[in-house]
Design a protein around this ligand. Structure first.
Ligand SMILES: [Fe+2]
Ligand SMILES: [Fe+2]
Length: 475
């Protein structure tokens, strides 16, 4: 069950060979995927041999194989965490019933929508990041970028498998549409806002993988609880890969901060202008990037008050983060949750039925998890003897979805007027000058063991290889 036959066209642990029709459908989709990868995957990289991790089994002990591979030859496979015998639905109205091995007719439309929305984010991020290989600050970082990219490609495969296997003709049409939408396209954009933003530079990339891949972690964790067993098992395995994506973000920002702190100490200054002259990213700019990525990402959880979210939970389609570790009735009828609302120009708390607040419940769990990493970045500053501290802005800041859309809120949570917003926006969010400055630092560094001036080397290499290992062979 757990070992993957790599001689198959589509490596898998789902006995694809036993289902000819499904195998044929996926084999027809595969060249379209490869042609999408050719057009929208990492620019100019197709001939490189990259030291990549490939999923080769679902064993917790050793599921990955590392070797140099050309990315178009990467084996994008379909892996599900092994099923639990007699698994039961453990939340919502169907709690205690056997988990579904097939799509229940009544939940078909909602499940399809959930899978398509998740699936759409995967190729979107590859598209957003496709130019970054040209300006990698090191070979090590370039390899990490490509690792994230190929695995987002595999996550697309994971969702397409579910669509093909369980949703018949509409599933196949959705799978095609996933290759047709384009991040940022005016006519046919990706489904969710944050996935249509550009990821123009490496500071954005680290912020994205820290904050936005973490949104992925929380969405996948909620789906890993699903009563639809194939979805639960698929997303569980995706989470295994996702951890590395967040590591790339967390360690990336940490190394930026570390390098800036070092130069601050050398020059004995915190003046952004002098730091920029020295070619590092001043901490105010790091904070503005953080504010942007954090606020755009928490919008991804959806409206704070949502009847769809209630339906998804009650129907057993999407649980809470760590649903099974919670000690309540897992049905939540009659329970309430405190939401923030705007009243008379102030933020006030309001109690609502918890089922309608499921997006907010997940967002609040996400926020707790995000803050932990920001504190680790602050430890780097503390250790360097720098007083500056990075913070996450108030959750009402710069929101475009839900109650706070259209409300001007300062990072400290005060509701403010247009004038105060206009006077401070350049302090709170990246300005065109900030972006131009960061862009000016981007230049490719490709000698093994060398790093761009604005970022510190990592503490160690990938898969116990040295930091100066040849992670990418350009041929
Ligand atoms: Fe993903
Ligand atoms: Fe990811």
């Amino acid at each position: 069950m757990s070992s993957i036959n790599y001689s198959e066209k589509i490596p898998n642990n789902v006995n694809l060979a036993d289902d000819r029709a499904l195998q044929r459908a996926l084999e027809q989709w595969q060249p379209n995927f490869l042609s999408w990868w050719g057009d929208m995957g990492p620019e100019g990289s197709h001939g490189y041999d990259v030291y990549l991790r490939t999923a080769v089994s679902v064993d917790a002990g050793g599921w990955a194989h590392f070797d140099h591979v050309k990315m178009p030859d990467y084996r994008w496979g379909i892996f599900l965490t092994p099923g639990e015998a007699d698994r039961k639905i453990h939340f919502g109205a169907h709690k205690g019933e056997a988990a579904w091995q097939d799509v229940p007719g009544e939940h078909r439309a909602n499940l399809r929508r959930i899978i398509v929305t998740q699936g759409d984010t995967e190729p979107a991020s590859v598209e957003q990041q496709r130019h970054l290989g040209l300006t990698a600050p090191s070979m090590y970082d370039m390899r990490n970028l490509f690792q994230v990219n190929v695995e987002e490609g595999r996550h697309l495969w994971a969702m397409v498998y579910l669509l093909h296997r369980y949703f018949g003709r509409d599933g196949r049409e959705e799978a095609e549409a996933l290759l047709e939408r384009r991040s940022g396209d005016d006519d046919n954009p990706r489904i969710l806002g944050a996935f249509n933003e550009r990821t123009p530079d490496w500071l954005s990339f680290y912020m994205f993988t820290y904050f936005t891949d973490r949104d992925g972690k929380f969405q996948l964790s909620a789906l890993a609880e699903s009563g639809f067993d194939p979805l639960a098992r698929t997303t569980k395995f995706m989470l295994t890969e996702e951890a590395h994506h967040m590591f790339v973000g967390e360690s990336g920002v940490s190394r930026v901060v570390q390098r800036t702190a070092q130069v601050m100490n050398e020059l004995k200054t915190d003046d952004p202008k002098r730091l920029r002259e020295a070619g590092v990213i001043d901490l105010d700019t790091v904070q503005r990037y953080l504010n942007f990525h954090y606020s755009v990402t928490i919008d991804l959880f959806g409206a704070d008050h949502s009847s769809n979210a209630a339906t998804f939970y009650s129907s057993g389609l999407k649980g809470r983060y760590e649903e099974s570790k919670r000690d309540d009735d897992h049905q939540l009828e009659g329970q309430t949750y405190r939401l923030l609302d705007v009243k008379d120009g102030k933020l006030v708390e309001r109690e609502v039925p918890m089922l309608n607040a499921m997006n907010e419940v997940l967002r609040d769990d996400y926020i707790k998890d995000s803050v932990a990493g920001v504190n680790r970045w602050n430890k780097v500053l503390e250790k360097a003897g720098i007083d500056f501290r990075l913070t996450v802005p108030h959750k009402a800041f710069n929101r475009a979805i839900g109650t706070f859309a259209g409300v001007r809120v300062a990072p400290d949570g005060r509701i403010i007027g247009e004038a105060e917003w206009a006077a401070n926006e350049a302090k709170w969010l990246p300005t065109p000058e900030d972006r131009a400055y960061v862009a000016s630092l981007m230049g490719r560094v490709v000698e093994p063991g060398k790093f761009a001036n604005w970022i510190a080397p990592p503490a160690m290499g990938i898969n116990r290889q040295p930091v100066d290992f040849e992670y990418v062979r350009f041929n």
